[in-house]
Design a protein around this ligand. Sequence first.
Ligand code: SAH
Length: 280
Amino acid sequence: MSDHPLPFPVFDPGWVWLAGAGPGDPGLLTLHAWHGLRSADVVVYDALASAAVLSLAGPGAVLEYAGKRGGRPSPRQPDISRRIIQLARQGKRVLRLKGGDPFVFGRGGEEALSLVAAGVPFRVIPGITAGVGGLAYAGIPVTHRDTNHAVTFLTGHAATGDVPDGLDWPALARGAPVLIVYMAIKHLGTIAARLIAGGRDAAEPVAVVSNASLSTQRILETRLDRCAEDVADASVEPPALVVIGPVVRLRAALDWLGALNGETVLNADPLHSRSLDRTG
Ligand code: SAH
């Protein structure tokens, strides 16, 4: 890519670039993130930045891990922010690399605010969020004209470690035709029960996509009332996304990655092979 046509922004010393790494497949990096990886002095990465993405860092770049590992407690967010500010003040070009998009359930907003408070200049490089690009790798479009005119992203895990209690579950059950749940595995049983109690059809299709876009990608198709049990039985590995709603059925025809791997993809019209009506 040395003959690239883009006038890339200059990565100046003392700057932080807060970049998204996408869901894992390095081909899903943006060109700006790739340029940042090539130019950075230090790459401060979290647990979701894949090894394949990190291997694109320039030969002189120091890779510094900031995240959970091997069950050890994760560094506290203020410590991570302090470290990034410290490196920038040392005159380093700091690439802060986060999985997916830095501003989607990734605490990128918090880190950016701490940079503002510290007077450290920064650039934000969006990434492909797992809840869109990762699902595309599972053959699931997040919207389809025949199924949903809205899509709702939520996290199943609040800072306290519990199911977020600020969410209006009955309203989500009634009003969100497709729900894409990040960090959902731990509390999946509670989430499913709250949605069903709020009027959601117990038979609603659910897909659980783990390690999306990586060679270890796995997809479990289930239904709302059984999903927690099925996830436990299948020992689904994190990171995983849960998608609830009729778009899951499209996978039967759109599993392009499975087709590339020689698996049979149904040629049927998956949306009309069953009623799309939702209760609630
Ligand atoms: N900023 C990230 C999300 C961070 S929250 C983004 O935009 O994608 C962490 C959660 O993201 C995980 O618990 C999981 O739900 C989801 N996730 C991230 N990468 C994933 C992947 N490759 N496969 C499946 N889920 C993923």
